[in-house]
Structure formats: C-alpha cells, structure tokens
Design a protein around this ligand. Structure first.
Ligand SMILES: Nc1ncnc2c1ncn2[C@@H]1O[C@H](COP(=O)(O)OP(=O)(O)OP(=O)(O)O)[C@@H](O)[C@H]1O
Ligand SMILES: [Mg+2]
Length: 305
C-alpha cells in the first residue's frame, strides 16, 4: 500500500532576514562596539511557521514577497533547504526585502531594529490560489493583509481550516482579518491591539462572535494559553511546559505552525494545543525549531516526569 503524502499547510505572510549580533551591552550612540557573535537567521511569523510545519512532518508552502537583493537569496536558500515549496514566493524587481538587526545582550535581552522592506506590491493577483485545492490547512500573519484576505476567501470556499497569527499590528487590520479565520490565535500584545483595554475573556468572546471564527486563543509565553470555543463563555486553559528559556524569539511563530499542522492532521483541539505548546517551549528552550520525534518524546517524558 502506498503511504499517503503528508498534509500540505500553506503559510502566507512575513519573511525577514534577521541579522543577529551577540553583544555585551547594546551600545548607545555615539559608539563603536565589537559583537561576540553573529548569525543570519530566517525570521518572520509565517516563514518560521512554515519551517515548523516542515520539521514536524508536514508539507509546507510559503507565500510571500521579497525584493531582488542579497537578503532575498539568503532567505530563499534557507527556506528551500527546509524543503518548503516556494511557488508562491514572489520576487519583486528593484524591491528590498524585509530585514532586521537584532542585538542580543549578555542577559539575553534584545534590541530589534526592523525594516519592513520597500517596493513590495500589495496586490495579491499573482498568488497561486489553485494550490489551495491541495492544502489541508492555511495559516497567515497580519503583515500582508491583502494577500491574507484573498487566500482566506479561497480557503473558506474549499472548507479548509484557517489559522491567524494575531500578532502585534494595527487594530483595524486585526478587526478585518479575525472574522475571516476559523482559529484566531493572538499573542498577548496582539489581543490587546484587537480589543484595546478589554480583559482576555471579553476579547476572546468578541473574536468568536462573528464571521467564521470557531475558536480564539491567546498565548502568554511561560504562562498558560487561554482558548475559547464559539458557543462557550469561559476560556479553557492549556498549561505551558516548564522549561529554562534561552531564546524565546520565534516561539509564537512555531506554536502557530504546529497548531496549523495539527488542524491539517485533524487532531482534537486539546491535543493540537498541547503539540503547539510543546513545540513553542522547545523553541524557547533551545533557540531552534524541533523535529516531530523530539516534540513527541518531550510530551511523553514530560507527562511522566
Ligand atoms: N518561557 C517559556 N516557557 C514555556 N513555554 C514557552 C515559553 N515561551 C514561549 N513558550 C511557548 O510558546 C508559545 C508562544 O509564546 P509567546 O506567547 O511568547 O509568543 P509571542 O508573544 O507571539 O512571541 P514571539 O512571536 O515573538 O515568539 C507559548 O504559548 C508557550 O506555549
Ligand atoms: Mg508571535
């Protein structure tokens, strides 16, 4: 018997070339300082989510926008190495890719200077929406709302589960995107941007009250994730795994990628959130995105230990 191929998760949104410098102290100008270490890593919510999907055993595609600069070559090379389908990665001639300088001090605190890119068109007309037929889940972040809206319409028409990484962004963007997704999973800041000044339960109730949204959640780092199903009034809780955090960058992105893959696999909500929390925790503990076997071992050992 032939093995069915792993489910495809399409991730649309941001990809960023993160130039990460390790320093003793973040210098205040005027200054000239030496970095202790340097690495280039792939950042951007949807891009990190796509990498998580691939490492956790799914098939991943990344849809997004870059310029035709050296940063784009580094990013596409890195994504391709992970086995991610880049049919929907558009290179804009003369444009500049999103890039950031990340300074990490000796306490692990970071100063991030981000550039969102230049000349990256917003028109989603070129998106390979036909690919959606093969997808088992779709994930987006709020950094390219026009693209997300077009793809979400296509996904909903095909009855494909959709996930939003409700990260920090303008209130009006979140108000537009949230009702279009089935699973709206916010960061703490993102939820506050969506419903400024509201308490968590109220904000989550609001998110599941309109559109196609079936579940809304907020991740809270080392604290539990709170989630609310449409039709229920009190959020449920998924405990965070206790780990020694080394570098929490991208933990949220990985959480979302793992959750989208779990939806693609048809997992029950509690199990999906446990897989996502464990994947996020390992990313925070190790600073890298874990593979499936490692995440499952971690969950199993944690349960007994
Ligand atoms: N220190 C930690 N200990 C245990 N689990 C963590 C820790 N940090 C992150 N996680 C896991 O990763 C998930 C996402 O983390 P968090 O809520 O910090 O995301 P975020 O605010 O979107 O940040 P970012 O997107 O920058 O990673 C958490 O819900 C949790 O499951
Ligand atoms: Mg996040």
């Amino acid at each position: 018997m032939q093995h069915p191929s792993p489910p495809l998760v399409i991730c649309l949104g941001n990809v960023v070339a993160d130039h990460v410098f390790r320093v003793d102290d973040v210098p205040q100008p005027p200054a000239k300082a030496q970095a202790r270490g340097y690495k280039l890593s792939i950042g951007g919510m949807a891009a990190n989510a796509a990498i998580a999907v691939a490492r956790l055993g799914g098939r991943a595609a990344f849809w997004g926008r870059v310029g035709d600069d050296p940063n784009a070559e580094l990013l596409t090379g890195g994504l391709r190495e992970e086995g991610i389908d880049l049919t929907g990665l558009h290179v804009f001639p003369g444009a500049r890719s999103p890039v950031s300088a990340v300074l990490v001090d000796r306490f692990g605190e970071r100063a991030i200077l981000g550039f969102r890119g230049e000349g990256l068109g917003t028109d989603p007309a070129w998106l390979p929406l036909d690919m959606m037929r093969d997808a088992s889940a779709f994930l987006c972040d709020p950094r390219w709302p026009e693209g997300a809206a077009a793809a979400l319409t296509a996904a909903e028409a095909l009855d494909i589960p959709t996930v939003l990484d409700g990260e920090r962004s303008e209130t009006r963007l979140l108000l537009d995107l949230v009702p279009r997704v089935r699973y709206a999973i916010f960061s703490a800041t993102g939820l506050n941007n969506y419903a400024p000044g509201q308490r968590i339960p109220e904000a989550l109730r609001r998110a599941v009250s309109e559109g196609v949204t079936r579940m809304a959640a907020v991740t809270r780092g080392e604290d539990s994730t709170l989630w609310l199903m449409r039709g229920e009034t009190t959020p449920r809780e998924t405990k965070a795994f206790r780990i020694e955090a080394r570098d929490t960058t991208g933990a949220g992105d990985v959480f979302h990628g793992a959750f989208a893959l779990a939806m693609a696999e048809g997992m029950a909500m509690e199990d999906a959130l446990r897989l996502a929390s464990a994947s996020g925790a390992l990313r925070a503990r190790d600073g890298t995105t874990a593979h499936r076997a490692e995440v499952e071992r971690f969950i199993a050992e944690y349960g007994t230990g």
